[in-house]
Design a protein around this ligand. Structure first.
Ligand code: GMT
Length: 374
C-alpha cells in the first residue's frame, strides 16, 4: 500500500507512535509518505520506501496566524496525486483530520477516492477537542473520517460520550513497543550509568502541566528521605522550571538530574528501577509502556487508559491523582523488596510483549487499512 501519514513531528507520544508505525510498515513493504511541517523526531535520515514531505506555510504579512491547516491540506492533495496514495492516516484529530477532509474534497474533483483514517491519541479528544472553539470541528472531522481508531478503550468511550458520534465505529488499536529495542538485557552497561548503585527513578515527557512533574519531585523527595535514590528527568517543556524549583525548595536538587530532550530513551529506561507517571489524565501512556517493556515497573496515576497499560500490583502501582504520599509509599514498598522488584520487572516486560508487541499491533493496522480500502 501507499500510505500518507500526518502527525505532530515534535517530542511526544502521538508523533513517536505515528513515526514508528510508518517505519514498521515500510519494513513490511509499504510505501510511506510523512506529510508534516518538520521531519518527525524519531525518523532517521533515510530509510527505503520512506519519504518526507515538508509543509511550508507561506508567510504573508496579512496573516497574523499563518493557515497551517490549509497548507497541510494542499500538500496532502499534492502528495496523494503525485504518488497515487491509497490512504491518508492522520494521527491526532486537530487539525490533521480536518485538513485531510479538505484534501479529500479537493481530490474528489480529480476522481480520486482517497480514504482518510484518523487515530485519536488523547488530548485531541479529552482537552483540545472539547474546548468550545474546537468541539464542532473535531466532531465534524471525526465523523467525516472513513475509519477511526483510538489508542485505548478509555479513549474510545470518551470519544463517544464527548462527541456523540452516532454510527461512528472506533476500533481500539493500542500503541506498541519494539521488544527488541526496549529490552533491559540489551543494555547491560546502562545499569550503572548514574553512578553509585542508588535506585534510579525516572520520568520522560514533554513537561506539560498534564504530566504533573512537580508531583514527581515531591514523590521522589519522600522516597529519597527514606531510601537515598536518584531522580532522572528526561525531556523538556513548560513545567520543567517548576520541577527544578521544587527540587531546590525540597533540597533534593543534588539528587535530581534534568537531562533535557533525548531521542533514544531505551538505554535510559533500562537503567531505571522505577518509572513515574503521576499524570492528570492519560489516554494511554506510551512512555509507561516503553518502561514496562524495559522491565521497569511503573508508579502512576489511576486515570484514563493508564490502568489498561499498567496492571496495578503486578507490573506497577497506581494511585489517585495527586496522591504523592501513596505513590512514594508504593515506590518504597517495591524498592525495599528486591524479590518483589524482580518479579514485577519480569511481569512488566512479559506483559508488554504479550499485549503490545510491534508486529502484532502493526498487523492490526494493516487489517484495518485493508478493511477501509474495502
Ligand atoms: O495528547 C497529547 O497531549 C499529546 C499526545 C502526544 O502527542 O504525546 O499524547 C497522547 O498520545 C500518546 C500516544 O498515543 C498517549 O500515549 C498519551 O497518553 C496521550 N496523552 C494524553 O492523553 C495526555
Amino acid at each position: 500500500m501507499k500510505i500518507g501519514i500526518t502527525c505532530y513531528p515534535t517530542y511526544g507520544g502521538s508523533g513517536a507512535m505515528a513515526t514508528e508505525l510508518g517505519i514498521a510498515l515500510s519494513r513490511r513493504g509499504h510505501e510511506i509518505h510523512f506529510i508534516t511541517y518538520r521531519q518527525p523526531f524519531r525518523l532517521p535520515a533515510f530509510l527505503p520506501r520512506v519519504f518526507f514531505h515538508e509543509v511550508d506555510v507561506g508567510r504573508y504579512p496579512l496573516f497574523e496566524y499563518p493557515p497551517y491547516d490549509l497548507a497541510l491540506a494542499v500538500r496532502m492533495h499534492e502528495v496523494v496525486l503525485a504518488h497515487q496514495l491509497d490512504l491518508l492516516h492522520c494521527h491526532y484529530a486537530i487539525p490533521h483530520a480536518t485538513s485531510a477532509w479538505i484534501a479529500k474534497e479537493m481530490l474528489a474533483q480529480q476522481q480520486s477516492d482517497i480514504k482518510v483514517l484518523t487515530t485519536l491519541h488523547g488530548t485531541d479528544i479529552t482537552i483540545v477537542g472539547q474546548d468550545p472553539s474546537f468541539h464542532p470541528i473535531t466532531k465534524f472531522s471525526i465523523e467525516k473520517s472513513d475509519g477511526l481508531t483510538a489508542v485505548s478503550r478509555f479513549l474510545q468511550q470518551e470519544t463517544v460520550s464527548a462527541f456523540g458520534c452516532t454510527g461512528c465505529r472506533i476500533e481500539v488499536i493500542p500503541n506498541f513497543v519494539d521488544p527488541t529495542v526496549y529490552d533491559r538485557a540489551r543494555y547491560p552497561g546502562s545499569r550503572g550509568a548514574f553512578g553509585d548503585g542508588r535506585p534510579v527513578l525516572m520520568h520522560i515527557s514533554n513537561f506539560r502541566p498534564v504530566k504533573r512533574v512537580v508531583d514527581i519531585v515531591r514523590t521522589f523527595a519522600l522516597v529519597t528521605a527514606e531510601r537515598p535514590s536518584l531522580l532522572v528527568m528526561v525531556g523538556d517543556g513548560p513545567d520543567r522550571i517548576l520541577a527544578e524549583q521544587e527540587a531546590r525548595r525540597l533540597n533534593v536538587q543534588d539528587q535530581v538530574m534534568f537531562l533535557g530532550k533525548i531521542e533514544s530513551v531505551a538505554p535510559l529506561l533500562a537503567s531505571a528501577d522505577l518509572y513515574l507517571l503521576p499524570t492528570d489524565r492519560e489516554s494511554f501512556g506510551l512512555s509507561a509502556l516503553e518502561a514496562l517493556a524495559s522491565g521497569t515497573p511503573v508508579i502512576g496515576a489511576n486515570v484514563g487508559g493508564l490502568p489498561e497499560v499498567v496492571q496495578d500490583g503486578v507490573t506497577g502501582a497506581l494511585c489517585a491523582v495527586g496522591d504523592v504520599d501513596g505513590m512514594a509509599a508504593a515506590a518504597l514498598d517495591i524498592l525495599r523488596d528486591r524479590e518483589r522488584w524482580n518479579a514485577m520487572s519480569r511481569a512488566a516486560a512479559a506483559d508488554a510483549r504479550r499485549r503490545y508487541a510491534l508486529n502484532d499491533v502493526v498487523a492490526h493496522y494493516e487489517r484495518f487499512y485493508t478493511e477501509a480500502l474495502g
